[in-house]
Write a protein that binds this ligand. Structure first.
Ligand SMILES: [Ca+2]
Length: 131
């Protein structure tokens, strides 16, 4: 997970908090007032729907925050987003194939054969990925 921000006091010391826990400390704001870096999220694997408040603050009391929403990696065939591929995904797959349009996350899990289209070929591919 990367973060970046600007408007901090140049060369001030800074830290980053994830929710209420300090995850990075001893940082120094860049001369142009920007601050950037990266950290690992504590939830492994991250669960869809999780979210974290990321707060970056400098020693002069300037801070910025953002909310990180977790979207799980696309598991093709897990159309109902339960974390596993099984027969329960079939109705969701059919709904996605019949829908006029779907959101990008649904498109990814419903495009089971990964060809960039939602059609009957994905049903065949779905049958092949069923355990
Ligand atoms: Ca497809």
């Amino acid at each position: 997970m990367t973060f970046s921000g600007s408007g901090f006091t140049p060369l001030a010391s800074a830290s980053v908090m994830l929710d209420d826990a300090t995850i990075l400390s001893g940082l120094t704001v860049n001369p142009d007032g920007t601050l950037a870096g990266s950290f690992l999220l504590p939830s492994t694997p991250p669960v869809t729907g999780d979210f974290f408040f990321v707060t970056a603050g400098d020693s002069s009391g300037r801070s910025a925050f953002n909310v990180v929403h977790i979207i799980a990696p696309c598991l093709r065939g897990d159309v109902n987003r339960s974390g596993v591929i099984n027969a329960s995904d079939a109705p969701a797959l059919v709904s996605a194939l019949l829908a006029v349009s779907v959101d990008p996350d649904t498109f990814c899990v419903a495009d089971v054969n990964g060809d960039g289209q939602l059609n009957g070929l994905d049903i065949e591919a779905f049958e092949n990925v069923l355990p």
